[in-house]
Design a protein around this ligand. Structure first.
Ligand code: RIB
Ligand code: CA
Length: 313
């Protein structure tokens, strides 16, 4: 089977970095056409720098990286240095990138790529706020029906919010963009906190990264060592939740995951619940299903896959 062509839209972020590394380590299943950075965990100048740092860490400086939108559609940017550190990639001491940022805007790259390829051959993998994706859909509605699938990290239902009592960060930062994407009609797979909070980097799993004895393994161990503080303190978690790598792992081994096709709508009116993913898990409404909402993961299988693939870099 030929590899799936994807665009990774991202706001690195340590977990984004691991998701990118997993994708770049899996050429049999994934062909990364490009990486578009978006403002999210840290501002755009840092997310577009961090994406290149990760590509060079992977030994893949030829992957084109594009800067996308620097602010949400209708709200002030909210960042997450309290989770990811000032640089967004705190933990390891990685060198500044030497590879250049592409001149093309990330939104134009998304539009141009979808227009240049046959329908149902490009998968979009948003790992941050959905600003770039929504902007592309608004500017070029013709591309929506060409999208093979959107596999995104965002939202929460049983786990509720990590930014507010009701909202997960990626959706909370740009709820208007999320509303556009979830109403677009594109085929969507959602990796919410409900599943990502089950993908925890325990000390044993962190040791497995470190014991790879490679720059990638050591850097990932250092990233997750740093990144776990927030969740350990807030939730008493056993380790860092690897939110974004669930997206990449789904492309490689979907049977690690299970969920339901349900209706998911985004709160965009009330400040109290702004950015909530209103997931009709129990199908109590007549609202049409618009997403595969993932609720469970084979965590041991996920970490075995991740560690094996990281060992390749
Ligand atoms: O809520 C977790 C999500 O927000 C992850 O994608 C993390 O990288 C941040 O972007
Ligand atoms: Ca992210």
């Amino acid at each position: 089977m030929s590899p799936r062509k994807i665009i990774i839209d991202t706001d690195p972020g340590q977990d984004d970095a691991v998701a990118i590394l997993l994708a770049l380590a899996s050429p049999e299943e994934i062909d990364v056409l490009g990486i578009t950075a978006v403002a999210g965990n840290v501002p755009l100048d840092l997310t577009s720098k961090n994406a290149r740092i990760v590509c060079e860490l992977a030994g893949k400086p030829d992957v084109p990286v594009f800067a996308g939108c620097d602010a949400p559609l209708g709200r002030a940017l909210v960042t997450a240095e309290h989770v990811h550190g000032r640089t967004g990639l705190d933990g390891p001491n990685l060198p500044d990138p030497t590879m250049a940022l592409q001149d093309t805007h990330g939104v134009d790259f998304i539009i141009d790529t979808l227009r240049a390829h046959p329908a149902n051959t490009i998968t979009l993998c948003p790992l941050g706020p959905l600003t770039n994706i929504a902007t592309a859909f608004e500017r070029a509605p013709d591309i929506i029906e060409k999208v093979q699938e959107i596999v995104l990290m965002g939202g929460a239902y049983f786990e509720v919010g990590n930014m507010t009592p009701t909202a997960e960060f990626n959706i909370y930062v740009d709820p208007q963009a999320a509303d556009i994407v979830f109403k677009s009609g594109a085929s969507i797979v959602v990796m919410p906190l409900d599943v990502t909070h089950k993908a925890l980097v325990t000390s044993e799993r962190n040791s497995a990264f470190r014991n790879l004895g490679t720059p990638v393994g050591t850097a990932v161990a250092q990233m997750t060592d740093f990144f776990e503080r927030f969740d350990k303190e807030k939730y008493g978690s056993a380790g860092a939740p690897l939110h974004d790598p669930c997206v990449t792992a789904y492309l490689i081994k979907p049977d690690l995951f299970s969920g339901r096709c349900i209706n998911v709508e985004i709160e965009t009116q009330s400040e109290l619940t702004m950015g909530m993913t209103v997931a009709d898990w129990w199908r109590v409404t007549d609202r049409a299903p618009n997403a595969l909402f993932i609720g469970d993961i084979d965590a041991d299988g996920f970490f075995t896959l991740l560690t094996e693939r990281l060992a390749r870099l």
